[in-house]
Write a protein that binds this ligand. Structure first.
Ligand SMILES: Nc1nc2c(ncn2[C@@H]2O[C@H](COP(=O)(O)OP(=O)(O)OP(=O)(O)O)[C@@H](O)[C@H]2O)c(=O)[nH]1
Ligand SMILES: [Mg+2]
Length: 328
């Protein structure tokens, strides 16, 4: 525990932008003081409405977010934006683009924008993003928007931290095929066909609708609407914001179930990381490396390796990972 801990937490809770930025850096760098901070502020979270916006590079997500910020501010609400940067050098221009575009809100104290870089560590970004969302939530932001690129597993994990997920697609890019592959149909609460000023927008809407018709919906269940927007001119953005509001006020159970699922996911994730740390710390020096060698040399299978390692740390009787525990 650092001496700066409590005051930083207090400053975050008071909404101090510099404290928010500092707190975000701590969780981004996976500092222990970051975990300490989350512990202090967690009781004051759960109030913000978290919106995830995902879609392929260049789909117009940032332009759309920029428009949404205006809608949110018009209602007098405050907003925090987390723009998750791509790892791919091909979309490296995105960060600058985001800065330039969202820079229009730079002087507005009710808007906090932060870009986050992917570090290439699996799951690390999803974890950091959900912690950043907690910080912005505790800092009193009414709405939190998380922009992520792509439709891969990392994005799905990030989107899992949101109350509502918007999937943005663009006509004439074969997005519909990619979407079906990556299981985006399951995470979308709202589909946006952006760049509707281009040819093929209606075709894409139909393709999504056709896919949706294969899904079964319970009576009263939310059926993700498919909206068309032109982010550059703002066409359809008011309708999008209204739809987001409708989802929010629709079935209370959906949100509650999702929040519970989100907490469970986080808890399990933190737990497995902690247990792995414990195991690594508890094993004799070089033991893990020796077991890895043995598996690599095909002297030991991975299942037995796990059994051996776990029983060495936690004891034989509690270590039955598969099959019944051995008799003492
Ligand atoms: N014609 C047209 N262009 C658009 C529309 N929306 C965005 N654009 C343009 O598409 C380009 C990419 O927009 P961005 O908002 O940066 O897209 P993004 O999805 O945030 O991009 P990444 O963050 O790099 O994935 C920009 O040149 C925008 O001006 C639209 O509705 N119609
Ligand atoms: Mg962007």
């Amino acid at each position: 525990m650092t001496a700066a801990g409590p005051s930083l937490a207090e400053r975050v809770l008071a909404g101090d932008p510099r404290a928010i930025a500092r707190a975000i850096s701590l969780v981004e760098d996976e500092q222990p003081s970051g975990g300490d901070l989350i512990r202090r502020i967690f009781g004051r979270t759960g109030r913000a409405h978290v919106i995830g916006i995902t879609g392929p590079p260049g789909a117009g997500k940032s332009t759309l977010v920029d428009r949404l910020i205006a809608e949110i501010r018009r209602e007098g609400k405050t907003v925090g934006v987390i723009a998750v940067d791509p790892t791919s050098p091909f979309s490296g221009g995105a960060l600058l683009g985001d800065r330039v575009r969202m820079g229009a809100h730079a002087g507005d104290g009710g808007v906090f924008i932060r870009s986050m870089a992917t570090r290439g560590q699996l799951g690390g970004l999803a974890r950091a993003t959900s912690d950043v969302a907690l910080i912005l939530d505790a800092a009193g932001k009414d709405v939190i928007v998380i922009e992520t690129i792509g439709v891969g597993q990392d994005e799905v994990d990030i989107v899992r931290t949101a109350d509502l997920s918007v999937v943005v697609m663009v006509p004439g890019t074969g997005d519909e095929v990619q979407a079906l592959k990556a299981g985006v149909m399951e995470i979308a609460d709202l589909f946006v066909v952006n760049k509707a000023d281009r040819d093929g927008a209606d075709r894409l809407v139909q393709a999504i609708a056709a896919n949706q018709s294969l899904q079964t919906f319970e009576p009263g269940e939310w059926r993700p609407p498919i909206l068309k927007t032109v982010a550059t001119t703002g066409v359809g953005v008011t309708e999008l914001w209204r739809s987001i509001g409708e989802f929010r006020s629709h079935p209370v159970d959906v949100r509650r179930t999702r929040q519970r699922a989100r907490q469970e996911y986080r808890l399990r994730e933190l737990l497995s990381r902690r247990l792995l740390q414990h195991l690594e710390g508890a094993l004799p020096e070089g033991e893990l490396a020796r077991v890895v060698e043995a598996v690599a040399a095909r002297e030991l299978d991975p299942y037995s390796a796990v059994e051996t390692l776990v029983s060495r740390v936690f004891g034989r009787r509690r270590a039955g990972l598969h099959g019944p525990p051995e008799r003492p």
